[in-house]
Ligand binder design. Structure first.
Ligand SMILES: CC(C)(COP(=O)(O)OP(=O)(O)OC[C@H]1O[C@@H](n2cnc3c(N)ncnc32)[C@H](O)[C@@H]1OP(=O)(O)O)[C@@H](O)C(=O)NCCC(=O)NCCS
Length: 151
């Protein structure tokens, strides 16, 4: 069955939070996801295969800019273009809401994510020293220039 990319619903949160805890050393809580999902300025998507949560991502919008957050794909589903497709869809939906530029932060050593974001048109705009904890690591701040990759 094909990967289905849909808007994240409140009922998805327990499984999203479980995957978040599995993947990240400083995971968002169930409550954080609930707060964002109920904000009109946020948009979150899930990717599912045969009903199984394969990944998720989202953004928080501020005027014509948005911060992309919580990009994650379950380990056994990686390397199949799921993150790329989810993010293309997310950015396309954002453009319809008037978003012109996207930003995000990524661990400086996260080669996979850096490569993924570059493919989507993000460029490094600087380093935030020691931004991450567990383990402490610099963040690369990335921005699109408004000409993102096509879905
Ligand atoms: C980063 C992540 C979301 C990528 O998800 P994914 O669905 O595997 O990514 P895609 O299949 O869409 O691949 C996107 C690009 O990354 C590359 N890539 C995938 N796995 C890779 C790996 N293990 N090493 C290097 N590059 C890799 C792919 O080759 C692809 O580029 P290409 O098409 O030019 O080859 C996933 O690895 C993940 O959840 N990692 C842990 C959480 C994380 O780091 N999130 C980002 C926080 S900012």
């Amino acid at each position: 069955m094909e990967i289905e990319i849909r808007k994240m619903e409140l009922e998805d949160i327990p499984r999203v939070a479980e995957l978040e805890r599995r993947i990240f050393s400083m995971p968002w809580s169930t409550q954080s996801f609930e707060t964002f999902l109920q904000s009109k300025d946020a948009l979150y998507l899930t990717a599912k295969k045969d009903g199984v949560l394969a990944g998720y991502c989202g953004f928080f919008q501020s005027f014509d800019e948005a911060d992309i957050m919580n990009v994650a794909v379950r380990e056994e589903f990686r390397g199949q273009g799921i993150a790329y497709r989810m993010l293309c869809r997310l950015m396309e939906l954002g453009r319809k809401r008037g978003i012109l530029r996207y930003t995000l932060e990524v661990r400086a050593g996260n080669e996979t994510a850096l490569h993924l974001y570059e493919k989507l048109g993000f460029k490094s705009a600087g380093i935030r020293k020691g931004f991450y904890e567990k383990p402490r690591e610099d963040a690369v701040i990335m921005w699109t220039d408004g000409a993102e990759a096509e879905a």
